[in-house]
Design a protein around this ligand. Structure first.
Ligand SMILES: Nc1ncnc2c1ncn2[C@@H]1O[C@H](COP(=O)(O)OP(=O)(O)OP(=O)(O)O)[C@@H](O)[C@H]1O
Length: 349
């Protein structure tokens, strides 16, 4: 796969208006609450080329990315492994300094004023916890309360809210190491919100979670965004996260922005398909259902592909009515496949 010039599709002008948040915000205007202009990040790495020889090598992790996110927007930031997503998020938090371009979050240059920015942002890295492994959640939160000097009333209010909405009540006195992945993730999300941040970066917040935990996390994020106007930038490999939460999605590959628009537009470009995995009571001939194509039959299980931009609900209803169903699930298209298709189409053009 090459590195074609970045093409910024924006098929339907995805929502760019935020819900807004009270309070003055000098230098961080609505449309450009998060603003990146030609941002680059180059890593110098040493590679072994012989028994004693090392060669310097440059990895262009982020290669000239520009976009803006308005206050209150909830935006998906997706791409294949190694595309540059985490590197972008690390620059947005100030952990990494860009090699080029300019970057502002709430009017602040993250790498120059990391501490000042820290009060206004929250970060959740799904693969890592910010909680203390041996402490119960309650004690982790107490420590954070002191470390980040969160005013008592704000802390109490946020903790009560998160405890209720993320169902943490019964978990407060359990050491983090004994929590399930889904419980720990909910604990981490609460930790990121105790200081009332205006921006929340989420890196794979639903990775490895079961269906029920995923739904809980998604419901919570939706409510947080709607009620508090929290701006959310969400990195995920699960397109259902995007579908249920974000009206706008940005796709990055090889450090470049490939797409910026609605998820439906991405599916159209990628002509991607979702798959209904249908378990029948017995072996039957391939199902013929309008709007789907049976791609595989294995005993009583059948796989039916349908356009990802179409709704699954009427197909599920028709199947349930006309075939003896035992179980049914919807499999999402693979992001890598969608992006590969985008590249292939562009090369063909
Ligand atoms: N500290 C580092 N030193 C050297 N190279 C790095 C460093 N961090 C990231 N990279 C490289 O930069 C590129 C982008 O990595 P990044 O972690 O941002 O990708 P990603 O889109 O988040 O991937 P994933 O979905 O796998 O987490 C990769 O080629 C990676 O190997």
């Amino acid at each position: 796969m090459g590195n074609p010039t970045p093409a910024h599709h924006s098929p339907d002008g995805a929502a760019r208006t935020g819900t807004g948040r009270a309070g003055p915000d000098p230098g961080a205007g609505g449309a450009g609450f998060i603003a990146l202009d030609g941002v680059e990040k180059v890593f110098e790495v040493r590679r072994r080329t012989g028994r004693l020889r090392r060669e310097r090598h440059r990895v262009r992790a982020v290669d000239g990315i520009s976009f803006t996110v308005a206050r209150g927007e909830m935006v998906g930031y997706i791409g294949p492994n190694g595309a540059g997503k985490s590197t972008t998020i690390k620059m947005l938090t100030g952990i990494l300094t860009p090699s080029g371009g300019s970057l502002r979050v709430a009017g602040i240059d993250p790498s120059r004023e990391r501490t000042r920015l820290a009060r206004r942002i929250g970060v959740v890295f799904g693969q890592r916890t910010t909680l203390w492994w041996d402490l119960p959640l309650r004690d982790s939160y107490r420590l954070m309360h002191r470390m980040y000097r969160v005013p008592d009333a704000v802390f109490r209010d946020n903790l009560d809210r998160c405890t209720e909405l993320l169902s943490l009540g019964d978990l407060m006195d359990v050491p983090v190491r004994q929590l399930s992945l889904g419980q720990r993730m909910r604990g981490d999300i609460a930790a990121a919100l105790l200081h009332d941040p205006e921006v929340l970066y989420l890196d794979e917040p639903t990775i490895g979670l079961d269906v029920v935990s995923k739904a809980k996390v998604r419901d919570f994020l939706r409510e947080l965004n709607a009620e508090r106007g929290t701006t959310v930038l969400l990195t995920t490999h699960d397109l259902t996260d995007i579908e249920q939460l974000c009206r706008r999605v940005m796709v990055i590959d090889h450090g470049r922005l490939m797409y910026d628009g609605a998820l439906a537009g991405l599916h159209e470009i990628g002509e991607s398909e979702r798959t209904l995995v249908v378990d029948l009571e017995r072996e039957l001939p391939p199902i013929a259902l309008e709007g789907t194509r049976t791609v595989k039959v294995e005993g009583p299980r059948q796989w039916l592909a349908f356009p990802a931009s179409a709704s699954a609900a009427p197909l599920v209803a028709a199947l349930a009515q006309r075939w003896p169903l035992v179980d049914l699930s919807v499999r999402e298209p693979d992001i890598e496949a969608v992006i590969a298709k985008m590249y292939a189409d562009r090369s063909a053009d």
